[in-house]
Design a protein around this ligand. Structure first.
Ligand code: IPM
Ligand code: MG
Length: 383
């Protein structure tokens, strides 16, 4: 056992050094891209696993239609990214095949279908690896239920917390396992800044800082303290401190939930609560997700690859609304707000107002393609 302890201590020293190096890299910072000043924008599109290729194919059709002129003039290129499949990743035993990552780095933004994450073992999730490799520190997830006055936006820290060393824990065989959670000043500052800037620029008056700082004293304690420090720069915005457990209850409390506006929270709590929030909006199939960094940004559905739907042969009935929302967020990010507004309007008509074609995720509903046809027709009408 002493050998295992020694190995674990050595492993821990290595992790600590790696994380301090990451801090240094973050401290150097990068300048955010200005899409309004770019001659050409390359959008990478990649299907992923399970229902991914099915929904992404339809998103690509919608983008081709919306960006017809920009593609024709060469202002936008939509580029297929190959190789991000679970078969390929397992065969090469890497979370992202090198050629795929290189190809992604040649793009400005990425629209990505869900990827399957093997449970247990040491194979890291492709999503987590992409967020790290591209330094996509802000996971931004809006949730709206207009009839209930719910207009939330979640700023989930996306590169550290419970995730950054999630595949690098320690084990003493037959005795114990230990994982690590990491919170850094610079990593927290940049996500807090993103949340408060959003609030300031969008007329919001409150940011909820959500942690479990009463228990995770070091990491969440730091997260909370740094967020409050950043809040000092925004005197017109109130910053409230919440614990994650009561916040999950608040979101299902119709008496109070509509008062929340902007949330900022560590990685894992953000992961969990955004699924809850998406469910309140109508299901995880309905929410889009943006992963934003200074150099790159990746847009995806909030849900997973739904391998069960593929096994049951109902993949074609998958709901593409989530990836469509992601495409809308992407258009906004690349400084094409009028295109984003068009898509948002079409989705509101199709999903909330007319509802002439309804996807249920099962054979009793429309197929993914039928729904996409409906969205395209609606876009034609409002264009
Ligand atoms: C999400 C997903 C991912 C996560 C998985 C697929 C790794 O649940 O984007 O919320 O845990 O972040
Ligand atoms: Mg999740």
């Amino acid at each position: 056992m002493q050998n295992q302890i020694d190995a674990a201590v050595e492993h821990y020293r290595k992790l600590l050094n790696e994380q301090l190096e990451r801090v240094e890299r973050m401290e150097k910072g990068a300048k955010a891209k200005d899409f309004t000043a770019m001659d050409k924008i390359v959008i990478g599109v990649c299907g992923g696993d399970g229902i991914g290729p099915i929904i992404v194919k339809q998103a690509r059709r919608v983008l081709n239609a919306l960006l017809k002129d920009e593609i024709a003039s060469g202002k936008v290129e939509i580029r297929e990214i190959e190789g991000l499949t679970i078969e390929n990743r397992l065969a090469q035993n890497v979370p992202i095949p090198k050629e795929t990552l290189d190809a992604i780095k040649e793009c400005d933004v990425l629209l990505k279908g869900p990827t399957t994450t093997p449970k247990g073992g040491t194979m890291e999730s492709a999503n987590v690896a992409l967020r790290r490799e591209l330094d996509l520190y802000a996971n931004v997830r809006p949730v709206c239920v207009p009839e209930e006055n719910i207009d939330w936006i979640f700023y989930r820290e996306n590169t550290e917390g419970e995730y950054v060393l999630g595949s690098k824990g320690i084990e003493i065989e037959g005795k114990l396992s230990m994982d690590f959670k990491v919170t850094t000043d610079v990593g927290t500052k940049r996500i807090a800044r993103a949340a408060f800037e959003y609030a300031k620029n969008n007329g919001k008056t409150n940011v909820a800082i959500v942690t479990k700082a009463n228990i995770m004293k070091k990491t969440d304690g730091r997260f909370s303290a740094v967020c409050h420090e950043v809040a000092n720069d925004y005197p017109d915005i109130t910053a409230d401190e919440w614990y994650i457990d009561i916040m999950t209850a608040n979101l299902v409390n119709p008496e109070i939930r509509s008062k929340f506006q902007v949330f900022v929270l560590p990685n894992l709590y953000g992961d969990i609560i955004t699924d809850e929030a998406a469910q309140i909006q109508g299901g995880v199939g309905t929410a889009g997700s943006a992963n934003i960094g200074d150099r790159y940004a990746m847009f995806e559905a909030i849900h997973g690859s739904a391998p069960r739907m593929i096994e049951e042969g109902i993949g074609d009935y998958a709901n593409p609304s989530s990836i469509f929302k992601a495409a809308e967020m992407m258009l906004r990010h690349i400084a094409m707000p009028s295109k984003a507004d068009l898509l948002s309007k079409a989705l509101a008509i199709c999903n909330e107002q007319e509802k002439a074609v309804v996807v249920t995720g099962n054979r009793d509903g429309a197929t993914c393609k039928e729904f996409a046809d409906y969205v395209m027709k609606t876009l034609d009408k409002i264009y």
